[in-house]
Design a protein around this ligand. Structure first.
Ligand SMILES: *Cc1c(COP(=O)(O)O)cnc(C)c1O
Length: 421
């Protein structure tokens, strides 16, 4: 029996309505930017398996380091114990994070890193004798699927059963040149009329909102207002972190550095799940006390797993190499050339780009084309390219190690798709 058939028997996939989508393609192998299915067909991984394996699938440097670590120390409780991979990772990560970041708290995925950031911000005020319960978020943001992370994400039709259990959130529009004055006014009013603990945002690029991009200087104005009012700022860099925006972190483009930063996805280079919530000394110090209950009583079983820390360390080493930095520059330039080639195509409404993240909006009415997104997805896969359009946006976020030839094939396949639409 085929893997696709066997899959159906017991497996329940994420984000899937199984009545409408019951077939799942089985991937047998992956190497660098290529996924290979169980029939030997190859696909260029144009989205780096949800922005994780940026140094390529099954990267030998990383797998060797991880394999050696597996023989040495697999896991140990991180409450009361420590180990070299976590210590070394903290030393190396702090070097490249915005320089106000001092402390790292471990968890398992992007959603938990966000829940931790929110809990940190609530307890930060609580420990200082103030009960602040509201969080401000940007409209259209995505921060994950656990309750806290889901609450601060943009509203969606999928939230129905859970909305009554959301934490207290106020959403404001993403700032633009046109609306900045009114957004600042709304932001300040929310802070003055409520007990606001924190402000959370995806800096510069909102990933799940189809790679929507905004001007860092406008976000800076909101962060500045937050800081003046002792509202903690949380940058969710789960998607944007580790080189994708052309700098190590999207927060590097901000003048006002966030108090708390959430990291996951490519943190561990696509090998194993792990997440980190980093914060400033000021946030950390608010939890220091002779009163034990002022500590941060949050902990996951696999916190700072040595194998995951080793994968992260190897990834951070690679990120800083000349080879990867040159690849980032090369991909950025090639995306620019492609954008210039297609931006006046009648079916292209707009293109946008930040570092290796490229997106184009199609100028077509979704209804007229039926289920455009699925048609595009199937067309790309039939042509050996794995891209997952969001609505009528096609985006590319390929591994840094993608070759020129592979990148050209992605561009050519998108152009072909524009012709057959
Ligand atoms: C993917 C993502 C998350 C959630 O991470 P998971 O590991 O899927 O829980 C949170 N924030 C952003 C910006 C993301 O892109």
């Amino acid at each position: 029996m085929s893997l696709t058939k066997r899959d159906k028997k017991h497996l329940w996939h994420p984000l899937t309505q199984h009545k409408l989508h019951s077939e799942h393609l089985a991937i047998a192998k992956a190497k660098n930017a290529i996924l290979i299915d169980d029939n030997g067909n190859e696909y260029i991984d144009g989205i780096a398996s949800w922005y994780t394996c940026m140094y390529g699938h099954c990267n030998e440097y990383i797998t060797q380091k991880v394999s050696a670590q597996m023989q040495q120390l697999d896991h140990v409780v991180f409450a009361g114990f420590t180990h070299e991979p976590a210590i070394k990772l903290s030393e190396e990560l702090i070097k490249i994070l915005p320089n106000n970041q001092e402390k790292l708290f471990f968890s398992d995925n992007g959603s938990t890193s966000v829940d931790i950031a929110i809990k940190m911000s609530l307890q930060y005020h609580f420990n200082q004798g103030e009960k602040r319960g509201k969080v401000i978020a940007l409209e259209g943001g995505f921060h994950g699927d656990t309750f806290g992370a889901m609450s601060v994400s943009g509203l969606s039709v999928y939230n129905g059963p859970f909305e009554d259990f959301f934490i207290d959130v106020a959403r404001i529009p993403v700032p633009t040149k046109e609306n900045i004055l009114s957004v600042k006014k709304q932001f300040l009013q929310l802070i003055q009329e409520n007990k606001v603990a924190s402000f959370i945002f995806e800096p510069i690029v909102q990933g799940a909102a189809a790679m929507q991009m905004h001007d860092p200087s406008l976000l800076d104005e909101l962060i500045s207002l937050a800081k003046e009012n002792n509202v903690l700022t949380i940058a969710d860099e789960v998607m944007t972190g580790f080189g994708k925006t052309g700098s190590y972190f999207a927060s590097d483009y901000l003048q006002n550095k966030p108090d708390i930063i959430c990291l996951s996805k490519s943190l561990t280079a696509g090998l194993v799940p792990m997440a980190i919530t980093s914060c400033t000394q000021k946030v950390y110090d608010a939890f220091l006390s002779n009163d034990i209950s002022k500590g941060f009583f949050h902990g996951h079983t696999y916190s700072a797993n040595p194998i995951a820390c080793t994968a992260a360390l190897a990834g951070i080493e690679l990120l800083q190499t000349e080879v990867i930095q040159q690849q980032i520059k090369k991909i950025t330039l090639k995306h620019q050339t492609f954008a210039n080639e297609i931006k006046s195509h009648p079916k292209v409404k707009t293109t946008r780009q930040q570092g290796v993240i490229f997106a184009l909006d199609l100028d077509v009415e979704m209804e007229r084309y039926g289920n455009l997104r699925n048609k595009l997805f199937n067309f790309f896969m039939q042509n050996g390219v794995c891209l997952r359009p969001l609505g009528n946006t096609i985006y590319i976020l390929a591994p840094f190690v993608i070759t020129n030839q592979q990148l050209d094939k992605i561009y050519a396949t998108i152009k072909k798709a524009l012709e057959i639409l």
